[in-house]
Design a protein around this ligand. Sequence first.
Ligand SMILES: Nc1ncnc2c1ncn2[C@@H]1O[C@H](COP(=O)(O)OP(=O)(O)O)[C@@H](O)[C@H]1O
Ligand SMILES: [Mg+2]
Length: 473
Amino acid sequence: MHPLWSISELSAVLGVEAEGGSGAPITGVSIDTRSLEPGDLFVALIDQRDGHDFVSAAFKAGAAAALVRESYARQPGDGALFRVPDTLAALEALGVAARKRLSPDARIVGVTGSVGKTGTKEMLRACLSRLGPTHASEKSYNNHWGVPLTLARMPRETKFGVFEIGMNHADEIRPLTKMVRPHAAIITTVEAVHLEHFPSVEAIADAKAEIFEGLPEGGAAIIKFENPHAGRLRATAERLGAKPITFGLDVPADVQGLQLTASDGGSDMTVVVGGGSIPVHVAMPGRHIAENALAVAAALHAVGADVRQGLDALASLAPPAGRGARSVLRIGAGEGLLIDESYNANPASMKAALAALAAVPRAKYSRRIAVLGDMLELGSDAQALHTGLKSAVDEADVDLVFACGPHMKGLYDALPAAKKGGYASTSQSIGTALADSLRAGDVVMVKASNGIRLGSVVAALKMQFGQQDEPAA
Ligand SMILES: Nc1ncnc2c1ncn2[C@@H]1O[C@H](COP(=O)(O)OP(=O)(O)O)[C@@H](O)[C@H]1O
Ligand SMILES: [Mg+2]
């Protein structure tokens, strides 16, 4: 196997010679010295902080080279330096070069959408890893630096690449998808998320549809059949010369999920794709996850992968921390179940998470508790969107609600007294109130935007009630 980058390749791509250093090859690319591995190229980006302040630390941690702006003053201990006018533009150039050097039969999938990007990306990673060398975005590295960083890290032997692409504004996805050049592009769904920066949900749909601009002629534009904006997405795809492929549960989509049966152990369904029917078990519970799995099936089919063998991976893929991870709590002599959704929240994912809570059988966990914190970045409709969750709380037959944050107060006030577990403006006090009322047989689902910090409530519960991971179902 070749190293990720040789010094001479970097010189050719960046158009500058390395200054100093031993000429040792580059084995990774890093923008953060806290996670830098020996052998990495350190890229000094100017973002929240100026990466140039960390170049010395990067070399101390074993960086093989650093990408810095021209004016950077070499420090004692610095190794190979590549001086460029703009480090972000240089990272993009590396990304473009990494994409270009892949074999022509490598296949790339791009994933965007209002919710479900990371989850879908991780499902694709798991499925495609069974079929060949696969490279995928780390965490939610989906923005103007995350996407070129992921590209720059892509080994040349990659057979399958999976890229999460996100946005907060119009015109952000376009340049990213043109770097990624996906063969198949998924829009998981279009919802009223990040409304702050958009005049309408239609405008959000159009911004997501920019991802199709990176597809080749006839590339797969994968769209959720049931989304109200599916027609709009399809029209854009067709105008761009892409091939729309729809997916959905119990609808006449191109890729269909039929006979979905849900339990707390996940979902089972029959996936109809490319003229075949495949029984599929998805270990992550939730109808919305099953829908994302259909998008995955559509992408596997579109890139010519073995769909059946790929989807097999979903039978053993557990949800990540903060996105539905489950753990068993020891409460007295009994048990409770904790569902950690503390990383992210918006109206669509709140409803999905409440539905997943409702799918936990009462026979096993008799009392349903929802700990709900504010959903951020919803713009002027924020209050109505919070209060509007009441019907989802009712439908899920939640027994007790704890609420946290000024907007959730609106929902809390609308609940009958018997369902009011407690309200607090901070995550700390809500954690205490919750812990006091927990008893064996409870299932607790904790969800909010990450900024509300309900992750600390989850951590405190695990600490207090000694947890163990839920055995895979
Ligand atoms: N299709 C979907 N519809 C509604 N909610 C979803 C969907 N897919 C995932 N979610 C939920 O949205 C939250 C965020 O998921 P994640 O995959 O991290 O999305 P993103 O990367 O787009 O922010 C999770 O709680 C997840 O369960
Ligand atoms: Mg994400």
